[in-house]
Every structure is written in structure tokens, then in C-alpha cells.
Design a protein around this ligand. Structure first.
Ligand SMILES: [Zn+2]
Length: 137
């Protein structure tokens, strides 16, 4: 898992800044590290780690802030309907992917610089992960 100890927040996040918009100040102790506007808009950023799949073909999700089962239950359908482009974002660490949701829809996918140009593979990996019924990665 990406979670560490007492904090829900992976170490790489800029401190004090909303995890979703990366601009406005976060509300202290807010569950998803968000600012007031992102809470109101129902936006959440879920972070995952994607690594090369066994056998060397494509990518696979290896860790995430959502379990495979939770991903499947809520996001399988929206992922199938998502046709946006993943954008490269420097705040993400090696192999990291962020799925930004707004209420019931997927707003965007953000990928680390090392995954640049592999947006389609990242989306495929996330869709594969949403087919899994495992409780953990
Ligand atoms: Zn925000």
C-alpha cells in the first residue's frame, strides 16, 4: 500500500496543499487531503502504482489507495467509459498514477513523468485492475 503509518498521505505530496487541485490549501485532517472547493465538488484523487506486467507486456497495477474490490465496485463502469488522455504531472513519484474523480465520474488520469507516453497502457492496466475481486493488491 501507499499509505504510511499514522498519515493517509503518501510522503510525496506537497504539504499543506490540496491533493486534488494542487493549488489551494488543504483542510487540516481532511480525509482525502483536500481543499474546501474540492470537497464541495466531490473531487478525490486516488493514487496507484503501476509496474511492468509479468512477461513484459504492458503495465499492471501493484498498489493503490483503493482496493481492487473497491475499484471494481465503484469505478469499473466509469473506467470503461473513460476516453480522456492521461496527463503527465511532475508531482507524482516513480511509477505513480492518480485517478481524479468528481462524484461518480472520472475526471482525469495523471501519470508520473516516467510513464509519459504510456497513457493508453496505464488506462488498460487500471481497467484490468477493476476486473479483480481481490481485497488487497
Ligand atoms: Zn483542491
Amino acid at each position: 500500500m501507499l499509505r504510511s503509518g499514522e498519515s493517509n498521505r503518501p510522503a510525496a505530496y506537497p504539504r499543506g496543499v490540496c491533493r486534488v487541485c494542487l493549488k489551494r490549501p488543504e483542510i487540516p485532517e481532511e480525509r482525502y487531503g483536500r481543499c474546501e472547493q474540492c470537497v464541495k465538488a466531490g473531487r478525490i484523487a486516488f493514487r496507484f502504482r503501476v509496474l511492468p506486467a509479468r512477461g513484459g507486456n504492458g503495465l499492471t497495477v501493484r498498489a493503490g489507495e483503493l482496493s481492487p474490490r473497491a475499484l471494481r465496485q465503484k469505478w469499473r463502469e466509469p473506467l470503461l467509459g473513460f476516453h480522456g488522455q492521461a496527463s503527465m504531472r511532475p508531482h507524482l513519484g516513480l511509477h505513480e498514477l492518480e485517478m481524479v474523480t468528481a462524484k461518480d465520474r472520472i475526471e482525469s488520469l495523471r501519470i508520473a513523468p516516467d510513464l509519459g507516453g504510456r497513457g493508453a497502457e496505464v488506462l488498460a492496466a487500471l481497467r484490468d485492475a477493476a476486473e479483480r475481486t481481490d481485497a488487497s493488491w
